[in-house]
Design a protein around this ligand. Sequence first.
Ligand code: ADP
Ligand code: MG
Length: 628
Amino acid sequence: MSAFLKLLARNQLALAGLIVMGIVVVLALLTPLLPLADPDVTNTPARFTPPFSEGAWLGTDHLGRDLLSRLMWGTRLSLAVGFAAATIAATLGAAIGIISGFYGGRVDNIIMRFVDVLMAFPYILLALAIVAALGPGLMNALIAVAAVNIPFFARNIRGITVGIAHKEFVDAARLAGLSDAKIILTEILPNVLPVIVIAMSTTVGWMILETAGLSFLGLGSQPPQADLGSMLGEARNALITNPHTSIVPGVMILIIVMAINLLGDGVRDALDPRLKSGALNRPLPATLVARPAGYTAPAPDGEAVLQLAGLETQFHVGRRTYRAVGGVDLQISPGECVGLIGESGSGKSVTALSIMGLVASPPGKITGGSVFYKGQDLVGAPYERLRSLRGRRVAYIFQDPLATLHPLYTVGDQLIEAVRCHRNVPKSEARAHAIELLRAVRIPNAADRVDSYPHELSGGMRQRVGIAMALANDPEVIIADEPTTALDVTVQAQILTLLDDLRRDRGLAILFITHDFGVVAQLCDRVAVMYAGRIVEDGTVDDILAAPAHPYTKRLMACVPELGGGRRRLEAIPGLPPVVDNLPDGCAFADRCDKARDACRQGTIPLDPLGATRRVRCIDPELQEASA
Ligand code: ADP
Ligand code: MG
C-alpha cells in the first residue's frame, strides 16, 4: 500500500488531482455543518445578485437563491450520485464479468450477447431511454447511468477472468475441493480487483458528467433540489445576461472532472504491475556505458575470442545502486567451454548479457571494464556494430525455451528469420538451412517439424530449437544461460551431449552458465566460480573439482549429491548471499565462511594466482586439500 502511495505521489499531476479532490470531498462532507444559507429559499427581490455581494459571496440565481449554498449542496449531491453510480456499475459489471468468464461456454455466450446488445446503443441515448421509461428523478438518473456503464465493466472484467480461470492455482483450488463461490471470492476476485479499481477511477468523472447531463435536461434532480447539472440547466436562460449563474456550477464540474481524471490516470499507472517493473520505459537498444573519465582499456589477450576485463555492471534504481557485476575477468579461447557457476543472484546472467550490451538500460549501466571480441573492445561500440555481432558471431541460448520462442510463429519461420536477419538469402534457401539446423540438433523428422508451432513440441525439443537458432549463423561463441535448468535429467544429458558434439564439430567457444557442478564436470574445460558479482576462483575443471581452493567453491561442491557415493550428509551453505546494493568490505563470503578472520573483512581481496592456471580470491585458500 505504501509503495502504491509512493508511486502515486511521484506523479505530480495525480498528486494535484488527489489534493483537489480531497478538498472538494471534505467540503462536500462538511456542507451540512457550514453556516450556509438555505439553498432552496427563494428571495425574488434579490435575484441575480452579482458575486462578491454582501451576504452572497457567489451571488444569487434567477430566484434569488444563494449560489454558494446551492453550489455546495449541489456538489455534494453530484458527487454522491456519481460515486454511487460508479460503485453500482462496477459491482454488478464485475460480478457479471467474473461469472461469465469463470463458467465460460453457454453462460458466457448468453451473457455476453446480452451485453453486446446493450453496447450497441449510443451511451446517452440508452440512458435517456431508461429515464424515459422509469420517469424523471435523481434516483432514476442514477439507475440509468449505472446501467449504461455495466457492459463496460462486464466486458473488461470478463476478459481478465478468462485469462485467470484456467491458471494452475485455480486448478489447485479445485483439487483442494473448494466450492465455485469460494474460488471466485478467494482466487479470482483478488486478481481482478486492481483492474476494477482502475476501471472505476477512470470512469467516475465520466459518470458524474453523465448524471449532470441528465439533470441538465431536466431528467435528473427535480426542482428545487440542486445538483450541478440542474444548476447549469436553470442558468441556461440567463447565460448572456448573468453569466455567473452558469460559470459557478460549470467551473465546479470542470474542477471535479479534471481532478478525478488526473487522479484516475495516476491510480492506473501506480497499480499497473508492468509499470512497477519499469517495462514501460522502453530499454535502449544497447546498454548504457558510463565508464570513468580517462578509462584506458587494458591490452587484449591475442588468443581469446572473447575476453572480459574488469567488467562492471550496475543497476541504478531510485537512490540505490546494485553492483550486480563488480569487476569480472574471464577469457574464452576458440573451441573452449568455460563454465560460470554460482548461486542464484550472483550476477551470472547480468555478466552474460553485458557482453553484447543486452542488459536493459535503464536501469542497467556498464560502469567499467572492457569486453574484447577478437581484440576489439565492444563496450561503448556503436549499436550497429553490436547488432552485426549479436546472433551472428556471439549467440545466446536462454533458460526458458517456451519464453524465447514466439508462440504465434512456427519454429521454421523463427529460424528463417534468424538466418535472414544477418544474411541476404532467398526464403527457400533459408528454409532448407532451417531444416538442416533442426537435423543438426537431432530433431527427428526435421522436415515436418519445421512447420510446428512451439506449443506442439516438448520442452527438450523446444530447447533444441533454441540451440538451433543460436547456431543459425555459425557463431563463434555461444553463451548458454542455464539452458538445461528447466529440463529433466535425461533430456539435460542429451542437450549437453549435443552441445559438446557441436563444439567439437564446429570449434565453437561456449560460455556455459549454470548452478550445477555436475553439469560443469560433464561439459566444461575451465570453470569460474562467481559470488556476489565477482569471480572468487577460476581454473581448469579437473583442478578445481579435485581440490577447490576457495571456501565457497568447497561448500558449493559439498551441496552436490553423488550417485553411488554412499550415505553422506549434504551440506547446505548457511545464510544468504549479500544483497549487491550494500556489499560488505573485504570478502563478500566472510559472513558465511567458518574460516573468516578480521583480515577477511578489510580492503579488497585480490584474485591471486595459485599455481600456473588457477586464481583464487581468498587470503587463506584451502591448500591442505590441494596438496593432499
Ligand atoms: P544470476 O546469477 O542468478 O543469473 P543475475 O545476474 O540475474 O543473477 O542477477 C544479479 C544481481 O543483479 C541480482 O542480485 C539482482 O538483484 C540484480 N539485478 C538483476 N536485474 C536487475 C534489475 N533490472 N534491477 C535491479 N537489480 C537487478
Ligand atoms: Mg540467471
